[in-house]
Design a protein around this ligand. Structure first.
Ligand code: ADP
Length: 179
């Protein structure tokens, strides 16, 4: 699923966030300590190599909703933008904190001159945020930021399985039609 808003492409694809060769930045669904971990953080740190953790150390800990930027190390991407999503049922207000992740990541990308950025579905793994509301919050937050962007031209959501891709694609289609 792909939509064009002004000069910006927003798309949803199925894939692995650590294998997005054509994206200048990838977003990590990080933990507060910016350490390896499982899921997205595991895939990103494994592909980037141990020097990513070294670069992350002085930037940690981060708070829910916050985003920080590092180099991509051995990843095919120039930058990694690390976001700490809310733990569902614990970090409140969860919706606002999740939206902040996407907003802050896009603003950081913009201020670093990034042209293309790929997001995973932050908080929907071990952090337990239900997929459908998380997808709606994420896509709404991204679409709302687009008018303020000039450097970022391409935003990709990378979903791990077919169901997650379908949910994101349907919501993107619905939101894109709505205005
Ligand atoms: P969080 O701790 O923020 O919940 P997780 O990494 O546990 O983050 O999961 C976030 C989402 O990313 C989940 O939907 C999970 O299925 C998905 N995911 C896990 N590994 C990858 C990967 N390599 N690429 C893209 N998505 C992934």
């Amino acid at each position: 699923m792909k939509v064009e808003r002004g000069a910006v492409i927003v798309e949803c694809v199925r894939g692995d966030i650590a294998r997005q060769r054509d994206m200048e930045a990838v977003v990590n669904a990080a933990n507060a300590q910016l350490r390896m971990g499982g899921g997205v953080a595991g895939a990103i740190h494994r592909a980037a190599g141990p020097s990513l953790e070294q670069e992350c150390r002085p930037l940690a800990p981060i708070r829910p909703g916050q985003a920080v930027i590092t180099g991509g190390h051995n990843l095919p991407n120039r930058y990694v933008i690390h976001c700490l999503g809310p733990v569902y049922g614990m970090d409140e207000p969860a919706d606002e904190l999740l939206a902040s992740c996407y907003r802050n990541a896009l603003r950081l990308a913009e201020s670093s001159g990034v042209k293309s950025i790929a997001f995973p579905a932050i908080s929907t793994g071990v952090f337990g945020f239900p997929l459908e509301p998380a997808a709606r919050i994420a896509l709404k937050a991204v679409l709302a930021e687009l008018p303020g962007l000039s450097s970022v031209k391409h935003v990709r959501f990378v979903l791990f399985d077919a169901h997650d891709l379908r949910v994101h694609s349907e919501i993107l289609e619905e939101l894109a039609k709505g205005n």
